[in-house]
Ligand binder design. Structure first.
Ligand SMILES: NC(=O)c1ccc[n+]([C@@H]2O[C@H](COP(=O)([O-])OP(=O)(O)OC[C@H]3O[C@@H](n4cnc5c(N)ncnc54)[C@H](OP(=O)(O)O)[C@@H]3O)[C@@H](O)[C@H]2O)c1
Length: 252
């Protein structure tokens, strides 16, 4: 089966492409670095010829409000139109748990717009909403850093490792479309401030985490329901502590 992974050179995309190739599928890794650009439409029709499934794991190069909305709206429109023309049978997309609760944030408004375009397009689809990746914890710390201080909400999160996200997407890509949304989280809830504290400490990073219930997370305040999954999420098995000790060992 021919499967196109849009954003196939990214963190999730690279792992997903490898996972699907190991299962014997014909996989095209599509992104600007291989001549396929969903913003401009360049290379899209050629990449999609004969494809049965498209998995969209692209991300905006800029998280600035206007740029990220433009990215997900324009890319979504171009991609879905090209899929309709090519007769694609299943559109799979990766979104974020809690997107609909976080619309004070420009990034989440853009992800909501992406989801809405998919639902309106008429192509059978499955949306996987994942929690934050372990690999993104350093980006969360960076976005909340001022000098040597990292100001973070103590809201509960339930992060997941990127390999488990890629494995779940690979399963979804070869199954029938759900025409619905499923959630994926890691095995353990943890408070966001504590998660980043553990990461910085294991990385021997001298920055100090300050707990602040009003600290903004990409433009929006959080509570314990903001980023945590609903009643019946799929669970990626990898534990944060195991990933952390593995990745710290690799770096030393
Ligand atoms: N970070 C998290 O914790 C988290 C949690 C849940 C869901 N997600 C979602 O996961 C998805 C993937 O994230 P990621 O961290 O794997 O992304 P990433 O590593 O930043 O990779 C982004 C990918 O998008 C591609 N891309 C950029 N501009 C493009 C364009 N104009 N046309 C086509 N492709 C383009 C890039 O291609 P080039 O390399 O060629 O530039 C790259 O392959 C995102 O949609 C994000 O919303 C993230």
């Amino acid at each position: 089966m021919k499967i196109v992974v849009v954003g196939g050179s990214g963190l999730i995309g690279t792992k997903l492409v490898n996972n699907l190739r190991r299962r014997g599928h014909e996989v095209v890794a599509a992104s600007p670095s291989s001549g396929v650009n969903t913003l401009t439409g360049e290379g899209l029709a050629e990449a999609l010829t004969g494809a049965r499934v498209v998995v969209d794991v692209a991300n905006s190069p800029s998280f600035e409000d206007k740029a990220v909305l433009e990215f997900f709206e324009t890319s979504g429109r171009n991609l879905l139109a090209a899929e309709a023309a090519a007769g694609v049978r299943h559109h799979v997309a990766l979104s974020v748990v809690g997107t609909d609760r976080l619309l004070a944030s420009g990034y989440f408004r853009a992800k909501m717009a992406q989801e809405n375009l998919i639902k309106a397009a008429g192509i059978p689809y499955t949306i996987l909403r994942s929690t934050q990746f372990f690999e993104f914890v350093s980006g969360i710390a960076q976005s909340a850093t001022d000098g040597q201080t990292v100001r973070l909400s103590p809201a509960l999160v339930q992060p997941v490792v990127s390999d488990d996200v890629a494995a779940e997407l690979a399963d979804i890509a070869v199954e029938e479309p759900l025409n619905g949304t499923v959630e994926l989280a890691g095995p353990e809830p943890i408070r966001l401030d504590e998660l980043v504290r553990r990461f910085l400490s294991a990385s021997r990073d001298a920055r100090k985490v300050v707990t602040d219930v009003h600290a903004a997370y990409f433009g929006t305040e959080l509570n314990d329901r903001s980023l945590t999954p609903g009643d019946d999420p799929r669970i990626g098995p990898t534990r944060f502590e195991d990933w952390l000790s593995r990745s710290v060992t690799q770096r030393t």
